[in-house]
Every structure is written in structure tokens, then in C-alpha cells.
Design a protein around this ligand. Structure first.
Ligand code: ATP
Ligand code: MG
Length: 211
């Protein structure tokens, strides 16, 4: 069972993957800027089930992260949300997700949206050449993660990527989930870093207080 029925008419689709622990305005501005710049019919947020590379800290329950994303994307009809990674057993590998999406949305023009840091680590993910064969990649700028030398590295790993990987400059927001979690733990403010509804949910559920 998947939750992508109403996306079958989408011609061009953005995919915004992340742990979203919690979702914040950096994610939302990346998705919205990419949606408009590339004329995407929809950007689909896909929270990871079990992030393979985030073993160093405890990750919040997938359905709680899903709930926070739901609150954050509700007001934008150009945004959608899928639980396909959460439903899949084992670590969430992007390549598996893209293959699954491709199987369901056979004709869609897929665009994987990723911050510069995640693109860099993508080279160490499973099957990077396969990823860019299945989807175009929109590499959005992120403060603290320069892009220049990254593309030289990509040249070595995935030759001929020029028409598959695009750079997109977005408003610079030096916001990260790691910083938000630390702020909550230390009792510092998080208002204006993420949607108010998400902030309220974090407070109600008592997340990150003793991480
Ligand atoms: P953490 O600190 O826990 O790693 P994060 O803020 O990096 O959290 P993720 O869920 O890891 O958020 O990121 C999901 C995607 O969003 C990644 O592609 C990441 O590069 C991108 N992203 C996150 N924050 C920003 C930001 N402020 N600007 C641009 N892209 C961002
Ligand atoms: Mg991250």
C-alpha cells in the first residue's frame, strides 16, 4: 500500500528527503524555491524511516517526525507527504525509494532536492550513478557547505552528470535540526526557525529536552 495515488497525474515532481528531526524553514524554503524555479507540479516530502548514516544520535520516532512534516506542509498545496520510507523495513536508502517511486510514477520527471551537504555525502551512498539515472538532482545552496569543489569531486564519481545535476541558489538560512535540538535541550528559543505548529508540537510532546 502506498500513498501516492493522487500524484499519478504529476508530470514533474520534486522529492525532498530528510530525517526532519525536526522539519524547519531551511527545508521549506529549499522545497518551495525548487518548486517554483523548476516548475514542479508538487514537492513530495519523504521522511526517512531509519536513516542509515545517523547512528550517532537517537532519532525521534518516524511517525512523530512524519506528524511534524504534516503540520509544516499542510498550508502549501504545492507540497505533499509520503510515508513510503517509513513503511519499508530496514535502513532507508535513497536508491530504493527512487526505484519504488519510479515503479509507481512511471512517466513522472523526478527531481531529487538536496542540500550541498547531503549531495556531498550522496557520493558515499548506495549506487550514486543509479540515483542520477533515475532522477534529476537539484543541489540547493546551504550556508557553510560550499559547492564549487564539490562539483569537481562529482565529475570523478559520476562523469557526464551535467544535464542531470543542477545548482540552485536559495535564500541562505543557517538553520539545522541539530541546532534546534540543542536549543530545546538548553532552553534557548526556536521560534522563527520553524513553523509555529511544529514548535507547539515539540513542546506538547516534550521532544529533545533530554537528548
Ligand atoms: P540534522 O542537523 O539532523 O542533520 P538537517 O537540518 O541537516 O538536520 P536533514 O533532515 O538532515 O536536516 O536534511 C534534509 C535535507 O534538507 C538535506 O538535503 C539537507 O541538505 C537539506 N537542508 C537542511 N537544512 C537546510 C538549510 N538550512 N538550507 C538548505 N538545505 C537544507
Ligand atoms: Mg542533515
Amino acid at each position: 500500500m502506498h500513498d501516492l495515488e493522487d500524484l499519478k497525474s504529476a508530470q514533474t515532481l520534486g522529492i525532498m528527503g530528510g530525517t526532519f528531526d525536526p522539519i524547519h524553514f531551511g527545508h521549506l524554503v529549499a522545497a518551495e524555491t525548487a518548486r517554483v524555479a523548476f516548475g514542479l507540479d508538487k514537492v513530495l516530502f519523504i521522511p526517512t524511516g531509519q536513516p542509515p548514516h545517523k547512528v550517532e544520535h537517537r532519532v525521534t520516532d518516524p511517525w512523530e517526525r512524519f506528524e511534524m512534516v504534516k503540520l509544516a506542509v499542510a498550508a502549501n498545496t504545492g507540497f505533499g507527504l509520503s510515508r513510503i520510507e517509513i513503511m519499508r523495513e530496514g535502513p532507508s536508502y535513497t536508491i530504493d525509494t527512487l526505484r519504488e517511486l519510479r515503479g509507481i510514477l512511471v512517466d513522472a520527471d523526478l527531481h531529487f532536492i538536496t542540500g550541498a551537504d547531503a549531495l556531498r555525502s550522496m557520493l558515499s551512498w548506495r549506487e550514486p550513478e543509479e540515483i542520477i539515472a533515475l532522477t534529476k538532482v537539484i543541489s540547493v545552496s546551504r550556508p557553510g557547505y560550499p559547492l564549487q569543489d564539490l562539483f569537481e569531486t562529482i565529475d570523478q564519481y559520476v562523469p557526464g552528470h551535467q544535464d542531470r545535476i543542477f545548482q540552485l541558489k536559495i535564500p541562505a538560512l543557517a538553520i539545522s535540526s541539530t541546532d534546534i535540538r540543542a536549543r530545546v535541550q538548553e532552553g534557548r528559543p526556536i521560534r522563527y526557525l520553524l513553523p509555529d505548529d511544529v514548535k507547539s508540537y515539540i513542546e506538547k510532546r516534550g521532544f529533545y529536552r533530554d537528548s
